[in-house]
Ligand binder design. Structure first.
Ligand SMILES: [Zn+2]
Length: 508
């Protein structure tokens, strides 16, 4: 690859940078999308820009080539006035049955541009609102970005395998610039992505960019890895984590069913800043869901996040990559400032484009409920599935799934939490189970014993906590006594969970 070759962005015209209003005859019919100029200004700083448009109306005799040329000239002139240079406009005037060389998705125009302007097509992008634009990118060895403006939403089902599906030109620019940042990092640090994925596969914790904020990720089915997230964040409580997937096809691993309303939201807004709360499968660790019978899932709209999940070969559980109570990080520098040395790798993918957390909607009951406002507006969601109910704030507060806190897993068996250093034997009457923090002092006096971590490893204790409580609960005991763990690091979250399990029945 020669250093002199330039990357380019090839833009479809109608439905991508200007509104699709049928066959345009005159400049007065050109209406730019509100985001077009700013998006192209951002791209123009790093890429050569081209327009590639198919104007079949010429072959059909609906518009003349002179009319199309005037519309194109006007479009280019308007952009130039705002500082955006379109190097060339390529226009195919043919019908498909004419068998021309230039019709999409044939890569003819892209290859011609590459020869003429010295382009590196492997580092170039095609943005369009028709599946042909994405296939065109594939055929030219470039990367396709599919926008949902124009005909995009209507033809999405015909789209071949493509994760870069974005609401419009602005998010297309975000995606392209994120890919550029990623390539720059890989140039500085070859094998970065492979290493990050290996770390996740082997139980490590990686901070990575999404379109909302930087996430602190671990393999979602690895309880000890998930425990490390809480340790690094110094959370005093186990809250449900959002599980990130790289495709909706991964959902059956995580959720029992996808209701019609959820499917409608997925079809419209994934990838994107929308988290869905759905009934979980038994494969999802309790530590990920905080013992809830539900799991929060989303597909992030960021090339690094999606590639990382794909390469790790597992959904990734991730809260925001900041210590508890600190502001959410929207750059890798924020993550370094707050968590330097505590995570195995910080993947710098540039600044996050949305910058606020995802919107969370629960689809567990018949009526969908808004659990947290965020990066996708309630109006957009309601336009697809109708009015959202509001979550009731629970007085014990502040779980990301408020209103469902009373469904957290708590043992049916009465649980007594011992004071630190208190001997468990004093409570032995009837069939008693012991939830020991470390090795049990006198195991024979208990009907059942569960040890959270024999050597006092808090990460292991956190990973075992929910399972140990469930196993004791299944033994039909008269009561469970639980030893607290040291009240530091992850121990605070473990003790918080034990205290809440021991609390009097709800209604207190
Ligand atoms: Zn043609």
């Amino acid at each position: 690859m020669s250093a002199k070759l330039t990357p380019a962005v090839f833009l479809d015209r109608d439905g991508t940078i200007i509104e699709d209003r049928g066959h345009l005859r005159s400049p007065s019919e050109v209406v730019f999308f509100p985001d077009t100029v700013r998006a192209l200004q951002r791209l123009h700083a790093h890429f050569r820009l081209f327009v590639v448009t198919h104007q079949r109306g010429i072959a059909d005799g609906i518009v003349s080539s002179a009319e199309v040329a005037r519309v194109n000239e006007h479009t280019v002139a308007e952009l130039r006035r705002r500082g955006v240079v379109i190097t060339e406009v390529y226009c195919c005037p043919h019908r498909r049955d004419e068998g021309c060389v230039c019709i999409k998705p044939k890569p003819y125009f892209l290859e011609e541009a590459a020869r003429r302007y010295g382009l590196d097509l492997a580092r170039s992008f095609v943005v369009g609102d028709h599946p042909h634009d994405v296939v065109l990118a594939d055929n030219a060895g470039a990367t396709g970005i599919y926008v949902l403006t124009g005909h995009g939403a209507k033809h999405r089902a015909e789209l071949p395998e493509c994760k870069a599906v974005v609401p419009g030109i602005r998010e297309a620019a975000d995606w392209i610039l994120a890919c550029r940042e990623w390539r720059l990092r890989e140039n500085d640090d070859p094998g970065l992505m492979t290493r990050a994925a290996d770390i996740l596969r082997h139980g490590g914790v990686v901070a990575f960019p999404t379109e909302t904020v930087y996430g602190l990720g671990a393999a979602a089915f690895d309880e000890k890895a998930v425990a490390r997230i809480f340790e690094v964040k110094r959370r005093p409580r186990f809250d449900p984590l959002i599980v990130h997937v790289s495709a909706p096809e991964q959902l059956p691993l995580l959720v029992e069913e996808v209701p019609a309303a959820a499917q409608a939201l997925i079809d419209r807004f994934w990838p994107g800043p929308l988290t869905l709360v759905l009934p979980r499968t038994s494969a999802v660790p309790d530590l990920v869901t905080a013992g809830l019978p539900t799991v929060a899932v989303r597909m992030p709209r960021h090339p690094v996040a999606l590639e990382l999940i794909d390469r790790a070969g597992t959904p990734v559980a991730a809260p925001s990559a900041n210590p508890f109570g600190h502001t959410s990080p929207t750059t890798a520098q924020h993550v370094h400032d707050q968590l330097a040395g505590k995570v195995d790798l910080v993947f710098d993918g540039g600044p996050c484009s949305v910058g606020v957390e995802s919107t969370i909607v629960s689809l567990v009951s018949a009526a969908p409920v808004l659990l947290r406002p965020g990066g996708l507006s309630v109006e957009d969601i309601e336009a697809v599935i109708g009015p959202l109910g509001k979550a009731l704030r629970h007085k014990r507060g502040a779980a990301p799934a408020p209103g469902m806190l009373d469904r957290h897993y708590a043992p049916r068996t009465p649980l007594k939490l011992l004071d630190r250093g208190e001997a468990p034997g004093a409570h032995v009457c009837g069939r008693v189970g012991l939830l020991a923090s470390q090795a049990a002092p006198c195991p024979s006096s208990f009907a059942a014993v569960e040890v959270l971590s024999a050597n006092g490893d808090l990460r292991e204790a956190a990973a075992n906590l929910f399972g140990a409580m469930r196993r004791l609960d299944a033994r039909g005991l008269d009561c469970i006594v639980a030893e607290p763990v040291p009240d530091s690091g992850l121990g605070r979250a473990i003790n918080d969970r034990l205290r809440r399990s021991a609390a009097p029945a709800r209604g207190d």
